[in-house]
Design a protein around this ligand. Sequence first.
Ligand SMILES: [Fe+2]
Length: 268
Amino acid sequence: MKPRMIDIHSHILPFIDDGADDWDCALTMLAKAEAEGIRTIVATPHILSEHNFKNEGSKILQIYDELRTRAKQAGLKIEIIIGSEIYAQPDTSLAHQIATINSNQKYFLIEFPLNSIPRFVPDLLFKFAVDGIVPIIAHPERNAGFLNRYDFVYEYVQRGNLMQINEGSLRGRFGNKPKELAFKMIEHKLAHFVASDGHKKDTRTVTLAESYALVTEKSNKKTAQLLFYENPRRAILGEPIDIGEILPMESELKKSVWQKLKTFSKNQ
Ligand SMILES: [Fe+2]
């Protein structure tokens, strides 16, 4: 039996960003997702992106409605929900019509530049957290800031943020380092979602089945269901997500400094 899965991060809407090229591409992506057992998918077009995808909410909603109609006409049963992927900026607000997942004003997906965690980010995210709005950080395992400081992942989760891993990272698509961090996050209970971040119909598409199997194999089925179904379901419904007991991760950088200090004091 196919596992139940929900994808909370995808670029299936055509003509909006660097995602689906056209209607045919979008419908092929949806058909593939449905065939794998993905029951619900959240369309998360880039908004306020570094690439300047400044689309009005009304245009995005129009395309979203048309895709749902076309999917229905094509006989697809997969449920399509609207959300967005917000590129972090000092003045990021959730005023955009489609800013939060399923417009629930509870969860939103936020991305950082891949080469760092900008300095304004901790304060920005904390402001949302105190208002009870939960940031979901997109693909932290691909971000140089987190890759250099594993302990930051723990700190960000402690401060009320949730973490979404890309399925491709678990398959090694982005190299060994993101793969290692992704699995370590799961092991330390610091990952809350696995999503496709699918952009096209062939490479980097909407797929979760292979990574679901990997998580089942390396952890267990319960963890896979939590990351691929239960937490995504709660995020869409705006229900609380219990992060449970989290385990700290040590920074590789810190460790080496500490080891250096120990060696230094021994030699005195
Ligand atoms: Fe994305």
